[in-house]
Design a protein around this ligand. Structure first.
Ligand SMILES: *Cc1c(COP(=O)(O)O)cnc(C)c1O
Length: 330
């Protein structure tokens, strides 16, 4: 990859979240905040759901991707950007690149779901497929970067990505007022770190919780031990949180501002997905249900509290979704 002078940049602060909000205004949706009397009765709390499943590209990732691309100098914009991902970050980079006339190359495994490859191409991304058993995607990335001068945009461990992700919590608190608690899902920690910057500035008494899948609690282990812990790829339906370690830039922010890290089971995620479909008529992908599951299943007791919950995304294959709803998933 191109050596980025950004790597020497200081960690982002709330000022960077404010600047990101200005950059993405008009491009990213200001997503609605949803409430549910049934959810409030079930928890004894007042829950505010920030619906990033309704964001452009179907997830909050559009915020960070758009902000990072908008920050590039002109020459880098002309050459383009590269990302490797088979998930929401790839689609976000392709989409944000197209809107800003910046070419985007997405490196995806040959066996990625056809729907995801099609969606990435549909958003205008140039997809480069690789054989994940025989080729190294970082090597391909380095080659493309050297040949074409593309700038790599990582999915979470990047100052502008973190600042962009923080704009969702900023909008939430500006809309509903101070919160007692904020629950946010964790993969590499970009969304949680950005959210924590916003919550600390706008609602200083708010306790911030990260929520991970039970099968992959690397962030919880890292948070409690104080050093970044690496784990094997976890087996969970929360595919957006299958990261095996938290970021080097996200971790210090999380350690400083977050109160605790908790975990929820896949069964709780399925129950929560059903709750959103039946009661609130919305599609939330398994990873997007992590934070809500912690509240609805009493993992984080929130009785009597005003609780912000980020629904991070809604990209789930319709067949898989039908299986989750009808109880036939395995
Ligand atoms: C990427 C993603 C996450 C995890 O975000 P991080 O910033 O890596 O912690 C959670 N939910 C969805 C829907 C995602 O796409």
């Amino acid at each position: 990859m191109q050596i980025q002078p950004q790597s020497l940049r200081p960690l982002p602060t709330y000022d960077d979240v404010i600047a990101a909000a200005e950059r993405i205004a008009g491009a990213a949706h200001r997503t609605p905040v949803l409430t549910s009397r049934t959810a409030d009765e079930r928890t004894g709390a007042k829950l505010f759901f920030k619906a990033e499943n309704l964001q452009r590209g179907g997830a909050f990732k559009f915020r960070g991707a758009y902000n990072a691309i908008a920050r590039l100098p002109d020459d880098a914009r002309e050459r383009g950007v590269v990302a490797f991902s088979s998930g929401n970050h790839a689609q976000a980079i392709a989409y944000a690149g197209r809107l800003q006339n910046v070419p985007a190359v997405i490196i995806m495994p040959k066996d990625a779901p056809a729907m995801k490859v099609a969606a990435t191409r549909g958003y205008g991304g140039e997809v480069v497929l690789y054989d994940r058993y025989a080729e190294d995607r970082e090597e391909i990335g380095r080659r493309l970067s050297a040949e074409r001068g593309l700038t790599l945009i990582p999915p979470y461990d990047h100052e502008d990505v973190i600042a962009g992700q923080g704009t969702a919590a900023k909008e939430l608190i500006e809309e509903v007022g101070p919160l007692d608690m904020l629950l946010v899902c964790v993969g590499g920690g970009g969304l949680l770190a950005g959210s924590a910057l916003a919550a600390q500035a706008l609602s200083p008494a708010c306790r911030i919780y990260g929520v991970e899948p039970e099968a992959g609690n690397d962030a919880q282990q890292s948070f409690r031990s104080g050093t970044i812990v690496r784990i094997p790829v976890p087996v969970t339906i929360a595919d957006g949180a299958q990261t095996t370690y938290i970021g080097q830039k996200t971790f210090p922010i999380i350690r400083a501002l977050v109160s605790d890290m908790v975990t929820v089971s896949d069964d709780m995620l399925v129950d929560t997905m059903r709750f959103f479909a039946e009661r609130m008529k919305i599609v939330v992908e398994p990873t997007g249900c992590l934070a809500a599951a912690a509240a609805l299943h009493g993992i984080v007791p929130c009785e009597g509290k005003r609780v912000g919950i980020i629904l991070s995304g809604g990209n789930v294959d319709p067949k898989a979704f039908a299986g989750f709803l009808s109880g036939t998933f395995t």
